[in-house]
Ligand binder design. Structure first.
Ligand code: ATP
Length: 169
């Protein structure tokens, strides 16, 4: 016959209570960002930002503010974090991850949309405090340099969109 369901062990109850005492809030976040590219002499280049003094390389992005369209957020955040401006072309895709902030006892569930943007102007020296450094990186190298696998996947997709016939970048 069916096995009787085991009662939760003492260890399990202790662990659950411990975790709940540390993490008791759950919040959803929605951010938007961009892959800003440049195609002049030489390879296609994209704008990446570094954080944690260069330990992390990632894409510029930020929270969607009240009343803002995703496209507007993406352009604003790219401009703030890289100092660069662009023309938005299309959505590339979205990523999803979770992280926790112990100080806030909160588990965040986050969704981020990324858009493809053609570079139009600006100056990387004008970037804000969110980035430690802004770099124009050849797209092939950017795929390796990005710290998060979800962003690496998006970069590969952007590459296919920019150079669809496998043309040399
Ligand atoms: P935003 O740029 O949207 O304003 P933020 O700078 O406040 O956000 P995140 O960049 O989401 O915060 O980082 C919060 C935590 O999530 C950090 O610990 C970071 O390392 C981690 N993180 C950021 N991006 C990813 C990702 N693509 N995959 C997994 N973890 C990530």
């Amino acid at each position: 016959g069916p096995k009787p369901e085991a009662a939760p062990s003492h260890a399990w109850l202790l662990m659950t209570t411990f975790c709940m005492s540390r993490m008791n809030k759950f919040k959803r976040q929605f951010s938007c960002g961009g892959i800003l590219f440049r195609k002049d002499r030489g390879p296609i280049r994209v704008a990446l930002i570094s954080r944690m003094g260069g330990k992390i390389w990632c894409l510029p992005k930020g929270l969607v503010e009240v009343g803002e369209k995703p496209e507007e957020t993406a352009l604003r955040e790219v401009q703030e974090e890289t100092g660069l401006t662009g023309k938005l072309l299309q959505k590339i895709g979205e990523i999803h991850y979770r992280y926790s902030l112990k100080e806030e006892k909160t588990l965040y569930d986050k969704r981020v949309w990324f858009f493809l943007m053609r570079h139009t102007g600006g100056d990387t020296k004008e970037h804000d405090f969110e980035a430690d450094e802004v770099a124009w990186v050849p797209i092939q190298e950017a795929v390796d340099r990005l710290s998060y696998s979800s962003e690496r996947q998006l970069m590969k997709k952007a590459w296919r969109l920019i150079a669809p016939k496998g043309k040399p970048a």
